[in-house]
Design a protein around this ligand. Structure first.
Ligand code: FES
Ligand SMILES: [Fe+2]
Length: 448
């Protein structure tokens, strides 16, 4: 439970708000680069600001305010030029730094304009365009592992969700929701669809998720160098198959969560970008990595897609994981009133996550740098967990990786690719081809 004041503090993201100022210390993913190849000018909304992202005719990318300084025409209808974006009405030309470079209908010499076009730096990494909207000097763009991991197939799913970003991010502090939202709810939806083949198949992921609810002793949540690790401790005495600890996803502060392991045949960042107080740009950044010795199919560009949230009748699609998450986030309200909630034992990681957010907001207020702010390039690949996948430089890593990934690949082919947003992605065929190649390598390695 939070006070109404604290709830405001953690959720509002517009200019000048405490959380908005924190967010402005980070490079923020705002669009798949592939979208600019389809249409070089597009409107985006980030941290309560309406902006226009464009690719000029020479390939440079810019992010500027959405209103022409002349008579406020929306620049999403602008014309890309060699040096920037031209307003469609009278041709004023804006460069990447917001400078108005030409006003073709005005007499020369031109008078200086009394105001400047808003502009933010942008960079491309791993098929995503990132923007930095904070104070200078501009920090380094951190090379988080999944964006730069070599030899992999990728695809990017994007959705605009009608709720505050923190509801989506708190989901990562909630390992047990899988039992219900992706277990019982999933089962109920499949039953209603009359899909008994899927619900009764013992290898359907529903059954795994239902099992995750049995024998929970406690949850744990530990803050780390880059965010948070958390998971569930199971007890045989309470009915679990064994005493064990199951890691949930890794949180990279402030808005990433990583499922799967880096270098695995499937892993994903879910990124919860605050568009404004009541809308979230949700990105599923999906990576299917090949182990060394296996070549991943090549991609010229990382393709994007929009996982559907509604069917042709306007009803929610609920038979895959992301859509199940999205419906419960939105069903909490535009901005959930956390002064009214009643937390239980399974909410421990959420409490840790909120505390971390409060601490980082306070650091920025004190003029200090928050977690994961990098004034200089951190150099090599950055791992959310703080370290590379265990012993991945060992000579036999490839063989072992192929072996441990086998179960996952089988699940993928048996239905995992059907149970999550992946199934709608344009690269899922390539991911399956990659998995075929991995299996071929495994069989070759198994030959005496
Ligand atoms: S309104 Fe943009 S150039 Fe006139
Ligand atoms: Fe979920």
């Amino acid at each position: 439970m939070l006070s109404p004041e604290m709830n405001e503090r953690l959720t509002r993201v517009g200019p000048g708000t405490p959380c908005g100022e924190l967010m402005r210390r980070y490079w923020i993913p705002i669009a798949p680069f592939a979208q600019l190849l389809e249409n070089p000018v597009r409107k985006v909304r980030v941290l309560g600001e309406d902006l226009v992202l464009y690719k000029n005719k020479k390939g440079g990318i810019g992010l500027i305010g959405d209103r022409c300084l002349h008579r406020l025409v929306d620049l999403q209808y602008g014309i890309p030029d060699d040096e920037g974006l031209r307003c469609p009405y009278h041709g004023w030309l804006y460069g990447e730094t917001g400078e108005c470079k030409e006003r073709p209908m005005e007499l020369k010499p031109l008078q200086a304009l009394p105001k400047k076009m808003k502009a933010y730096p942008v960079r491309e990494m791993g098929g995503l365009v990132f923007a930095y909207m904070g104070p200078e000097p501009v920090p380094a763009l951190p090379p988080w592992d999944l964006f730069v991991w070599p030899n992999a197939v990728r695809q990017i799913g994007v959705n605009v969700l009608d709720c505050n970003w923190l509801q989506c991010q708190e989901n990562t502090g909630d390992p047990t929701h899988s039992v219900w939202a992706h277990g019982h709810l999933f089962n109920y939806v499949l039953e209603r669809q009359g899909d008994s083949a899927r619900t009764t198949a013992t290898d359907h992921t529903v059954h795994t998720r239902l099992e995750w609810g049995v024998g929970i002793k406690e949850l744990y949540a530990n803050t780390t160098e880059h965010g948070m690790e958390k998971g569930i401790v199971y007890s045989k005495a309470l009915g679990a198959k064994a005493d064990r600890t199951r890691r949930h996803s890794t949180v990279i502060f402030p808005f990433y969560t990583q499922t799967g392991s880096t270098g695995a045949p499937r892993s994903e960042y879910q990124i919860r970008v605050p568009m404004d107080d009541t809308h979230t740009y949700h990105i599923c950044y999906q990576v299917y990595a090949a182990p060394p010795g296996v070549e991943a199919p090549k991609q010229d560009v990382v393709p994007w897609y929009e996982p559907p949230m509604k069917d042709e009748n306007g009803n929610p699609v609920l038979d895959y994981v992301l859509a199940q998450d999205a419906i419960v986030w939105k069903a909490q309200g535009d901005i959930v009133d956390r002064s009214q909630e009643l937390l239980g034992r399974t909410d421990l990681p959420i409490v840790v996550l909120r505390r971390q957010l409060q601490e980082q907001i306070a650091l920025v207020e004190q003029g200090k740098s928050p977690m994961n702010f990098f004034p200089q390039s951190p150099g090599d690949i950055l791992y959310g967990s703080g370290s590379p996948p265990s012993d991945w430089t060992a000579p036999d890593w490839a063989t072992r990786q192929i072996a441990v990934s086998q179960a996952f690949r089988q699940n993928f082919h048996k239905g995992f690719s059907q149970d999550d947003a992946d199934r709608y992605g344009p690269a899922v065929g390539l991911a399956q081809e990659l998995h075929r190649r991995i299996e071929e390598a495994r069989q070759a390695a198994a030959q005496p």
